[in-house]
Design a protein around this ligand. Sequence first.
Ligand SMILES: *Cc1c(COP(=O)(O)O)cnc(C)c1O
Length: 331
Amino acid sequence: MIDLRSDTLTQPSDAMRAAMVAAEVGDDVYGEDPTTRRLEERVADLLGHEAALFTPTGSMANVLAVRTLVAAGQEVLCESSAHIARAELGAHAAYSGITMRTWTHPTGGIDLPAIEAMFAPDMGPFFVRTTAISIENTHNFAGGTVLRPADLDPLVGFARDRGVALHLDGARLWNAHVATGAPLHEYGARVDILCVALSKGLGAPVGSLVVGGREAVEESRVWRKRMGGGMRQTGMLAAAGLHALDHHLERLAEDHEHARLLAQACGVDPATVETNIVVVPREDAAAYVAAAAEEGVRISAVGPRAVRLVTHLDVSREDAERAAAVLARLG
Ligand SMILES: *Cc1c(COP(=O)(O)O)cnc(C)c1O
């Protein structure tokens, strides 16, 4: 089976497992896990922020990050198919009392006129106040689409003018970095707080980080514990993340190449595929998924009229070519 359902399906490699076993560990709730500290410092540095916090999931990282910017009863604006709006099961409302309004963009990007029209300053006891705007890069449900650092600039200017904060859901920011060649800190510099995942394309088994100012990160540390996410010898997991940063970051370019190969086979213009996700419009999504599985290729339906293919560390060039042949044959 060639599994193209998600880049979360990767198995830790033997070398990653060896790094995990060898990790120096301590109790992270006591602040005594040296490997976790090392990972947090390294990721904060990469993104040009003061501090970072290891979390079990990207969803928890987003909940912690957004709540540092938005109080209960206030709102965050985001794109309508953003992960925070669609795939976190209402966590920002359920845990933090935050509401959302959304704009819609065909590639999950920034629609500044729509944001300007929605933006609500503090109007006392009359309207919900907008205190943050969240963007996603790469954009998962829009098909791994990329924002370049400069694409953020008009929004950054608007946010500064209005005193509204910016959150970046960068679960796959690594892919954007590799696709554009833009240094990670160029993204980091443009937002107040961001989240990155180790468990997607980087191929670690578990983990994400909240990255931002020292105060926001310390506040997130308190809330992580309050939510039951204070973990002990996390160094074994952090070691997987450090190994991934050393060995699996630049190779994401291969995943992007494999995705373009698959796009071509499915009749999608490869030039529109920027990273490792291909969304194929299919009227027969469920039947197509079943037919591909019969031929040894697992893909997923995203709604009744589209399927999604995701390339990753455990899909070799050979696998990608074989899957492309199968999908081309299915037509
Ligand atoms: C996967 C993902 C997350 C976090 O997912 P978890 O499964 O909770 O780790 C957040 N944002 C985006 C855009 C994602 O793709």
